[in-house]
Ligand binder design. Structure first.
Ligand code: NAD
Length: 424
């Protein structure tokens, strides 16, 4: 069994291994081991039935030495200080790795969004935004969507913030949040960006290992924003999606699932359970059947700590590409490495979301709307540049891909710290 441990401790251990490799100064390690600011708010919201309920929300600002804090907002029943702190730290390392002038943060509300009407969700988002107040802002801390949140919620957040900012600043603060809908200043490509980015990173791995993308078979855990778009785009590129699992169930088709039909099904039913698409080859299975699927690539795209030691022992895949944040436990990672299964780490694999969020932020700052080609070009270039640097670091330090990703990330952070030095 996996040892139960703090997720934030896992995040710290991950960067400390790379810090050892590059001999990073202890004072920088100490700074990066702690979030800079921890904001916790409790706020009341009236439910549709007339009753009032208190909610707890978090905004953890890990580091802003490279630029304004940046990171998503999660709505999930398991959200707590430890989880949000780990997610905030991973944002710092991710932004640094792909060369963005942004820091790391994360937010969340401990809530099951499926239990609430749209009207209640709107009131919750607006009240949470109000409670965060000046702790967020377009040049200070810029949220985005994550698990359980979407562009509609980002629109409500932006609308609340701009109304609080007053008429003279109404338009200049639009960039307080990314992942908005296109109509309200969102960027073309943001919705699919994380899944598209996972596919670009996988394509890079294919180039390195001399394999054809369209010959790969894939299993995906999670068919939400990230897993759904990744699955759709991978299928369009010729990959065979053999198994998909989510919170409602697991479906398997050794001949390859009809992904466009599955996309429509999940849109209509909220999960993969019950999907057959009229094919006798489609069968349902257990979560462990998903992990044991006979595929080349396993894509965790749901929550953290999903790839456990037990499940790592089931995996047939040659590579795990971490579309989710923190999906692999440290014990499972040891087992995967021992079994010769490669891991493409989260801070590289899912960085596409924050890259296109950065594009949205730049567009808002300059009141422009870029074309899909322009956004896609930046996404691909930044991810492939970062992938090249990670491969070079793997060779130089003879280390895992995760350690190499942290080496690249930490070097940039250390460089900036050493030039600015530590105040006072
Ligand atoms: P989402 O809410 O859109 O989808 C989450 C998916 O996980 C759903 O399909 C849900 O059914 C599934 N799921 C939840 N609990 C599960 C369980 N116990 N077993 C199996 N499946 C389960 O969230 P998302 O935005 O797609 O985020 C997924 C992951 O990607 C998270 O780790 C998130 O932090 C990370 N991520 C998201 C973005 C983004 O732009 N949205 C960017 C970078 C990283």
């Amino acid at each position: 069994m996996d040892e139960r441990r703090s997720l934030h401790e896992t995040a710290v251990e991950q960067f400390q291994r790379a810090a050892e490799l590059i001999g990073m100064e202890d004072r920088y390690r100490q700074i990066l081991s702690h979030p800079k600011n921890e904001v916790i708010v409790n706020f009341p919201v009236q439910m549709d039935c007339g009753e009032w309920r208190m909610f707890r929300g978090y905004r953890i600002q890990h580091n802003n030495v490279l630029g304004p804090f940046k990171g998503g907002i999660r709505f999930h029943p398991d959200v707590d200080l430890d989880e949000v702190s780990a997610l905030a730290a991973w944002m710092t390392f991710k932004c640094s790795l792909v060369g963005l002038p942004l820091g790391g943060a994360k937010g969340g509300v401990t809530i099951d969004p499926r239990e609430h009407s749209q009207a209640e969700l709107q009131r919750i988002v607006r009240r949470f935004t109000h409670a965060l107040g000046a702790n967020i802002g377009p040049d200070h801390d810029i949220p985005a969507p994550d698990v359980g949140t979407n562009s509609q919620m980002m629109d409500w957040l932006m609308d609340t913030f701009t109304n609080l900012a007053g008429p003279a600043n109404r338009h200049s603060v639009k960039g307080v949040v990314t992942g908005k809908s296109l109509a309200t200043g969102g960027s073309v490509g943001r919705e699919a960006a994380t899944g598209q980015g996972v596919l670009y990173v996988l394509r890079h791995w294919c180039g390195e290992t001399n394999q054809r993308l369209d010959e790969l078979s894939i299993a995906i855990q999670g068919f939400g924003n990230v897993g759904g778009h990744f699955g759709r785009l991978a299928a369009e590129s010729g990959c065979t999606i053999k198994a998909v699992g989510d919170h409602t169930g697991t479906i398997i088709d050794d001949d390859g699932l009809d992904v466009p039909a599955l996309w429509d099904w999940v849109g209509a039913h909220g999960g993969v359970a019950g999907f057959e698409a009229g094919r006798p080859t489609v069968r349902s299975g257990s979560p462990n059947d998903l992990f044991a699927a006979d595929v080349d690539v396993f894509v965790p795209a749901a929550l953290e700590n999903q790839v456990t030691v037990e499940r790592a022992g089931l995996l047939q895949a040659r590579v795990v590409i971490e579309a989710a944040n923190g999906p692999t436990t440290p014990e499972a990672e040891e087992k995967l490495v021992a079994n010769g299964i490669e891991i493409i780490p989260d801070i590289l694999a899912n960085a596409g979301g924050v890259i296109v969020s950065y594009c949205e932020w730049l567009q808002n700052k300059s009141a422009q709307a870029w074309s899909a080609e322009e956004v896609d070009e930046r996404l691909r270039t930044l991810l492939w540049d970062a992938s090249d640097q990670v491969v070079a670091a793997m060779e130089r330090f003879d280390c895992t891909r995760r350690e190499a990703a942290y080496v690249v990330s930490l070097r940039r952070l250390e460089d900036v710290y050493s030039k600015r030095d530590i105040f006072p």
